[in-house]
Design a protein around this ligand. Structure first.
Ligand SMILES: [Mg+2]
Length: 220
């Protein structure tokens, strides 16, 4: 079995920013579109305490109804084809029912069977610090892939942990940061994942059928 693929959920596989903007713009002195979010700290942008910010997310129940980003199902399907276990590593520790609601949502979206583990980063803890726990789950010493939209998470994983391909999902809130290993769309992440897999297996032609199948679906 290949080493695990670690994927972020909010604003990586799923679109949080659109419904979150609606929630935050209600009663806000200044309203913003997600494309105007230039920093990751939205509580600060909307002049909310961290507690009030997280409470708005929990009370609005938006996490329960997020839409998948375009290409998310293809990315997960390729992981399944490669037999690479998928770990959803998400900083939803502020939500009291984070793990249960994430699994329920994944089932509703038809992707639960593509996910091996959901790991919730405890509130106040760094996401990167959970990587050793993920590796231990699978008895391996490195992960194949790590995809996240928070620049700090990707940088820290790149610097401190053993991940073959740490990749940044470009979003407005990380666009001002220089990080060369980035993609702007999930289909690019999928091709990078396949390249990473080929890099560790040294079998570049074995998975041509997967690439063909993937691009075949995209062109229809
Ligand atoms: Mg995220």
């Amino acid at each position: 079995m290949p080493p695990p693929v670690i994927l972020d959920l909010d604003d990586t596989l799923a679109n949080l920013c659109t419904p979150l903007a609606e929630v935050l713009n209600k009663n806000a002195t200044t309203r913003y579109h997600p494309k105007d979010w230039k920093e990751f700290n939205l509580a600060k942008l909307y002049s909310l305490s961290d507690e009030a910010f997280f409470e708005r997310i929990v009370q609005s129940k938006i996490l329960e109804t997020l839409e998948l980003e375009e290409g998310a199902q293809d990315l997960l399907a390729v992981c399944s084809r490669l037999r690479a276990p998928v770990v959803i590593l998400t900083s939803r520790g502020y939500h009291p029912r984070a793990e249960a609601l994430t699994w329920k949502w994944a089932a509703q979206k038809g992707i639960a069977n593509s996910i091996s583990e959901v790991v919730i980063v405890p509130k106040g803890q760094k996401k990167s610090a959970c990587v050793p726990q993920v590796l231990e789950m699978f008895g391996v010493d490195y992960a194949l892939f790590f995809l996240d939209d928070h620049i700090d998470n990707v940088k820290e994983v790149n610097e401190h942990y053993n991940v073959y391909c740490p990749l940044l999902m470009r979003r407005p809130w990380n666009a001002n940061h220089r990080y060369p290993n980035n993609v702007t769309h999930l289909w690019q992440a999928t091709t990078r994942l396949i390249a990473a897999y080929e890099g560790i297996t040294q079998r570049p032609t074995d998975h041509k059928n997967i690439v063909d199948a993937y691009f075949g679906r995209r062109s229809t």
